[in-house]
Every structure is written in structure tokens, then in C-alpha cells.
Design a protein around this ligand. Structure first.
Ligand code: F6P
Length: 326
């Protein structure tokens, strides 16, 4: 029988994602609902290593459900990846009597959580908080929907000016080495081409189709590319296109960190609330060291090591649709 968790720590780690605040709120309020104390750990694992933690009450998470960023701040903490750093972190948790952790972050954060729970008697629950959606065991990650909607809003605006000037535009979106933001935002904006790291782009074929489009007097072409694409994102692709299509009027736009900010969509707030609630339930019910996800609208619990190793696969059907509709 697992030891009962009596005090929970919650932190956000890695790149921030819209909806993290809604998840923090859900963790804090659910813990308090069960009369369990809860501490907010500041700046991700750095707050654990440096003993920077604050006791949370219901009011400390008031009016944050609609806010982007994270009220607990976030960081990528190098020290935590060393055994000495984790030992310090453990001692600091013990000082506060914290015996269960909720980690809101991406796969790097889960690796840290898994390592920590292997070494010390502190169960960890992961909540997938990343705009990249590059984690297995959940249909959506907290922040992805907002990031896609932000990208769509920006790309729609780019299309207006692109159409006015008969231009070819290469728009780079975030996602690191995962193409989901590109795939979703590209489909939603009717992009003529979407380039993602998961599929090797056939550049000669792309050039041929763009030349053919030019011959047919279709000058407007929107290419959405993931930053981690093998050809070097928007700059790499546009340099290549300029060499092969000297007549084309080519511009690039790198959307960058605007995709990480802003008020979370209703969907991100809802999944964050559901996941945050179930993270605490897991700790109270002895379901330890899992990531809480949602698959087909049902809660899914994936051991942290599986959530970190695997990626969701790109659905071929999506690529066929993009090809047919462009
Ligand atoms: O993982 C989220 C993410 O926004 C990626 O899409 C991007 O590659 C990276 O973080 C950027 O990180 P930083 O904010 O450290 O520049």
C-alpha cells in the first residue's frame, strides 16, 4: 500500500505554455478541496534546488485561469540534472514536508521528474504543458490549441498582404522538431505547402509545383514550415527557393514567441483544469509516477518513462488532405 500523500508541491518547468495557470489553479484548488496543503515551487526545478517555495491558498490562484505565462515562473534548471542538485531539492522538499509533486511541463521536465522519483520517495505526476504537442499518451497538450490559434491569426494577416502583392510567403512556426503546430495552423489557413520534420520534404518537387503555379499565373503561395525542419526553417527554405525561382517575390515571417503567450483558449483552460484535478486525485489514490493525459475525451495515465520516450505519430490522412486541398 503506497504511503498517503499529505503535502503537494506544484511547479511549471521548461518553456511556458498558455493554460499552465489554469492547471496550477486546478491543482491548488483540488488539493485544498481534499484538505491537503499545497506549495507553489518557483522557477521550475530551480525553486526546489534553491528552496524557493510558497504556501498556496485558494485566493493565490484567483483570477489566473485566463492568464498566459505562469504565475509560478518557469526555468530550465541544469543543476537538477546532476545528482547533487536533486539531493538538495529533496532535502528542501522534506523541510517543508512535501511528499508529492505535480510537474507541469514537457518531455525534458518529465525526464527530471522520473529520475527524481526513482531516487527519492517522492511520487511525481506529470501534466503535459507544452505548445509543441510532442508527448505520447494524450491527444492534446496544454497550450497547443492556443499556440495554433495564435499562429492562425497571424498567418491570416500575412495572407492578406501576401495576396495584395502576389507574393510567396514562407512562415516559420514553433514546435522544435515536432510538426504539429505547422500541420494544424497550415491546414487551418489553407497553406499551399506544409513542411514538417517528420516527413522529408521533396524540394525539387516543391520547386516544380511552384514553377508550374507561376506559369498558371498563381503567384500567391503560402508555405508553413516548422522551425526544426531539416532545411533550416523559413530562412533555409526561402534561400533555396530564391536560387531556383529567381522571378518569385519571396518574403519570410518567423512567428516566434508570440505563439507561447496570450490568454489560453477555452479548450486549453478546460483540459488544464481536468488534468490538474486528476493529477491530485492520482496522488491521493496512490497512482504514482504517471503523466495525466486525455485520449478520446477520457483520462489516460501513462507511466512517465513512456510519455518521455515516445512521440505521437503524424497522421498520413492529414497530409493527404493538405495535398488534396492546396
Ligand atoms: O518547447 C516549446 C518551445 O517554444 C519550442 O517550440 C521552441 O523551440 C522552444 O520552446 C524555444 O525555447 P526558448 O524559449 O528557450 O527560446
Amino acid at each position: 500500500m503506497a504511503k498517503k500523500v499529505t503535502k503537494i508541491g506544484v511547479l511549471t518547468s521548461g518553456g511556458d505554455a498558455p493554460g499552465m495557470n489554469a492547471a496550477i489553479r486546478a491543482v491548488v484548488r483540488t488539493a485544498l478541496y481534499h484538505d491537503v496543503e499545497v506549495y507553489g515551487i518557483l522557477r521550475g526545478y530551480s525553486g526546489m534546488v534553491e528552496n524557493d517555495m510558497i504556501k498556496m491558498d485558494s485566493k493565490s490562484v484567483s483570477k489566473i485561469i485566463q492568464l498566459g505565462g505562469t504565475v509560478l515562473k518557469t526555468a530550465r534548471c541544469k543543476e537538477f540534472y546532476e545528482p547533487e542538485g536533486r539531493a538538495k531539492a529533496y532535502n528542501n522538499l522534506k523541510k517543508h514536508g512535501i511528499d508529492g509533486l505535480v510537474v507541469i511541463g514537457g518531455d525534458g521536465s518529465f525526464k527530471g521528474a522520473q529520475q527524481f522519483s526513482n531516487e527519492f520517495d517522492i511520487p511525481c505526476i506529470g501534466l503535459p504543458g507544452t505548445i509543441d504537442k510532442d508527448i505520447a499518451g494524450t491527444d492534446f497538450t496544454i497550450g497547443f490549441d492556443t499556440a495554433v490559434n495564435t499562429a492562425v491569426e497571424a498567418i491570416d494577416k500575412i495572407r492578406d498582404t501576401m495576396e495584395a502583392h502576389n507574393r510567396l510567403f514562407v512562415v516559420e512556426v514553433m514546435g522544435r522538431d515536432a510538426g504539429y503546430i505547422a500541420l494544424h495552423s497550415g491546414m487551418a489557413t489553407g497553406a499551399e505547402n506544409i513542411l514538417i520534420p517528420e516527413r522529408k520534404a521533396n524540394l525539387p518537387e516543391l520547386i516544380q509545383s511552384l514553377s508550374q503555379a507561376e506559369k498558371n499565373k498563381k503567384y500567391v503561395n503560402l508555405i508553413v514550415v516548422t522551425e526544426g525542419d531539416e532545411y533550416g526553417g523559413a530562412d533555409g527554405i526561402s534561400n533555396y527557393l530564391r536560387l531556383s525561382l529567381p522571378g518569385a517575390d519571396i518574403r519570410t515571417a518567423i512567428l516566434g514567441h508570440i505563439q507561447r503567450g496570450g490568454s489560453p483558449t477555452a479548450n486549453d483552460r478546460i483540459i488544464a483544469s481536468r488534468m490538474g484535478y486528476h493529477a491530485v486525485q492520482c496522488l491521493l489514490e496512490g497512482r504514482y509516477n504517471v503523466m495525466v493525459g486525455i485520449v478520446n475525451d477520457e483520462m489516460r495515465y501513462t507511466p512517465l518513462d513512456k510519455a518521455v520516450k515516445a512521440k505521437q505519430s503524424i497522421n498520413d490522412e492529414w497530409l493527404q488532405i493538405v495535398e488534396a486541398l492546396h
